[in-house]
Design a binder for this molecule. Sequence first.
Ligand SMILES: NC(=O)c1ccc[n+]([C@@H]2O[C@H](COP(=O)([O-])OP(=O)(O)OC[C@H]3O[C@@H](n4cnc5c(N)ncnc54)[C@H](O)[C@@H]3O)[C@@H](O)[C@H]2O)c1
Length: 429
Amino acid sequence: MAQGGVMTKLVVIGQGYVGLPMALRAAEVGLSVVGLDSKRPVVDALNAGHSHVDDISDEALRAGLAAGYVASDDPVCIAEADVVLVCVPTPLAAGGGPDLRAVEGAARTIGEHIRPGTLVILESTTYPGTTEEVFAPLVTRSGLRVGVDVHIAFSPERVDPGNKVYGIQNTPKVVGGLTPACTAAARDFYAQFIDTVVEAKGAKEAEMAKLIENTFRHVNIALVNEMLRFCHELDIDLWDAIDCAETKPFGFMAFRPGPGVGGHCIPIDPSYLSHRVKAQLGYAFRMVELAEEINNAAPLYVANHLWKALNERKIAVNGAKVLLLGVTYKANVSDLRESPADPLARRLLSWGAEVSYHDPFVPFWSVEDDGHTTALTSVEDVYEACRAADIVVLLQPHSQYDLGRMAGESRLILDTRGLVPPAESVSRL
Ligand SMILES: NC(=O)c1ccc[n+]([C@@H]2O[C@H](COP(=O)([O-])OP(=O)(O)OC[C@H]3O[C@@H](n4cnc5c(N)ncnc54)[C@H](O)[C@@H]3O)[C@@H](O)[C@H]2O)c1
C-alpha cells in the first residue's frame, strides 16, 4: 500500500509465531516487507517457501514471497525502512525475572542503522516501562530525538495460535506511543491493514493492556484448577457446573480446568508484571504468585490422580505403561514451549512408569531432568497404543482424536479436559 504515493518499506525483526504472520499480512496489502531474523536456517527456509509456523501454510508463505516479502539476516535493510516492528522473544531469565536480551539486541541493531523519519514499534510482550526505559534509549543512542526525529511506540501482539476466527486483520490492535505524535504514527501505520486500531494513553498503558489480558487468563485458569481439587473430593462435576454457569448471558466468562498452562504467554508474561512490581515497589503481586503456584502444581496433581486411579486397580505406577495423548501446550498446535506434559512426564518417569506418547504434531519429544535427557517413545497407531496401555492420559484434545473410540479401546483413561464421554474406563480429573 502506498502512503502519500510511496510504498511503505517495513522491516519486521523476529520471524516466529508473531513476526511472520504480521510480515505476511503487511505484504498481502502491498507493503514492501523484509522479515529480519538472526537465525540463518530460519531465513533460508522462509525464502525457500517453507514455513515453520503452524498458522502459516507454505502456500501462504509463497504467496507472500510473490507479493514482495523477503526474509533476511542482514540488518542493513533497517536503513531503508519507514517502519520497523520488533517481535522477538521475551522469556524468563534463570532466576525467574525478565530476560530482555533479544529486545535489547534488536534495539541496538536498530540504533546502528536507523535513519531519521523512521517509526519503530515494539510488539514483544514485556513489563510496563520497557519501551521508554530500555528500548528507546538503545534505538536513539546516536542522538535522535523521540517524537521529532523518530517515532517509537508499543503495540501488544494478540496472536492466538490455531484460532481460525480471529487473525491479524480482525483483532483490534492497541497502540501507545512515547509521545502523542508517536501514537498517531503507529495508529496510521496499522490502519493500513488492521480493521480496528485502539489508541492507548501512552506506551506504558499499551504494555499494561497485554499483561492485564494474560494475567486475567492465568488467574481464572488457576481459580478453576483449584476448584477442581475440592469439587473432586466433594463428588461435584465441575465441568458440568461451569457449563451451567456459562448460560448466564452477562458478567461471567467460562474457564475450564486442565493439566496446567503452557505456551509463550500465560506462564511467563504475568511474571514480568510481578517482577516489575517487586523490583520497583518492593511488594508482591500476590494474585499472580498464587496463580503461578496453583497452575505450576496442576501437572503434578494429574500425576497424583493417575497414581490413585492405578492404585484402585491394584497396579503400581512403577513399571506401568502410561500413554500421554497430546503433549503440546494446547490443542491443534505444534508448540511445545512450557507444555505441562513436560513436568508430568518427568514425574511419571521418576516413579518408574514406562511413558510413551502420541501427538500428530510432535514426531520427536524428549524431557530433561538434572541434565539427563530422556527421549520418549512416539506411538504410531493411537488406538492400538490405547489398548496396550495400563492408563491413557488425555492432555490435549487434538481435533483428530475420536475420544469416544479412545474410551472404548482403553482399559483406563484419565481425562484431564472433561471431554471424554462417560464410560467405565473413564476417570475424570
Ligand atoms: N507465540 C504467541 O502465541 C504469542 C502471542 C502473543 C504475544 N507473543 C509475544 O511475541 C513475542 C515473540 O514471540 P514468538 O512466539 O513470535 O517468538 P518465536 O520464538 O516464535 O520467534 C522469535 C524469532 O525472533 C528471532 N530473534 C530473536 N532475537 C533476535 C534479534 N535480536 N534479531 C533478529 N531476530 C531475532 C528468533 O530467531 C526467532 O525466530 C514474545 O514477546 C511473545 O511473548 C507471542
